[in-house]
Design a protein around this ligand. Structure first.
Ligand SMILES: NC(=O)c1ccc[n+]([C@@H]2O[C@H](COP(=O)([O-])OP(=O)(O)OC[C@H]3O[C@@H](n4cnc5c(N)ncnc54)[C@H](OP(=O)(O)O)[C@@H]3O)[C@@H](O)[C@H]2O)c1
Length: 233
């Protein structure tokens, strides 16, 4: 697993309390070549909350002493917030709720990029992967609806792309990727998908790590799914 990373590579999983984050952390913990897998979540040390920049900064500062890292994964994200389901129609749009979705999925992601990209190794191959969603693709939107989540994921992708281009100038070996994990059994997907319509977090995590292992640095970000297929932005 992750044979393209150096032996004894070091990794961080943000959002490790989630279904996919937890599975990614478990897979890395069971990978002998991974010298250290560090799990970060809201319920852990630093009360890491991506909507509160000081907590993101404090976590990054604390972990910097354990780096540099060859693999950083951000598995945070929300779909249903405050009990409000994704909008099916334009007339369901609520500005305060739209801003909340953007706050977590886009601005929160930007704060993660700001404080964690500097922790990537510059001497060796490194990978920064963030959990996006296929519905964040503007081009690949065939159904409409889910306005807030779609827009927030697209904005999160835009932050990643800009950060990837900037960071690649100083760190040309670094790989950046927005990831579609499949339709995965989790609290996030539960209201919308029955068990037989989902894959397990472990299957998703294995696919995501295999995909990341094969990506080459290219001076900008990839948008790929857990089977390694590219998604249009
Ligand atoms: N499941 C799917 O089918 C699917 C499909 C496409 C994309 N995705 C994406 O994959 C990612 C993981 O989803 P999942 O299915 O594993 O969902 P999940 O089980 O609900 O996990 C979400 C994670 O995000 C964390 N989080 C939410 N708000 C946060 C905040 N303000 N600060 C810090 N952490 C926060 C949660 O922390 P707490 O435990 O503290 O709440 C949890 O660790 C998300 O970005 C999601 O959009 C999932």
């Amino acid at each position: 697993m992750l044979s393209s990373l150096p032996n004894n590579f070091r990794a961080i999983v943000l959002g490790a309390s989630g279904a996919i984050g937890g599975a990614l952390f478990k897979a890395l913990s069971e990978t002998p070549r991974c010298a250290a897998a560090l799990a970060v979540s809201r319920s852990g040390e630093d009360a890491f909350d991506i909507t509160h920049e000081p907590s993101v900064e404090a976590t990054a500062r604390r972990l910097a002493g354990h780096g540099p890292f060859n693999l950083i994964l951000d598995a945070t994200g929300v779909l249903v917030l405050d009990g409000i389901l994704p909008e099916k129609r334009l007339d369901a749009l609520n500005p305060a709720h739209l801003l909340r979705l953007l706050e977590v999925n886009a601005v929160g992601r930007a704060m993660v990029l700001k404080h964690f990209i500097p922790l990537l190794s510059r001497q060796e191959r490194s990978i920064f992967g963030v959990l996006s969603a296929r519905v964040g693709s503007i081009e690949d939107n065939h159904l409409g609806g889910w306005y807030g989540y779609r827009a927030a994921k697209a904005a999160g992708n835009a932050f990643l792309q800009a950060a990837a281009i900037e960071a690649s100038r100083a760190n040309p070996q670094a790989v950046f990727a927005a990831l579609q994990p499949g339709t995965v059994a989790s609290n996030l997907s539960k209201p919308f998908r029955s068990a037989d319509q989902t894959i397990s977090p472990d299957v998703s995590a294995a696919g995501l790590l295999q995909t990341l292992n094969q990506l080459q640095a290219k001076g900008r970000a990839w948008f790929v799914d857990h089977r390694g297929e590219e998604i249009p932005w």
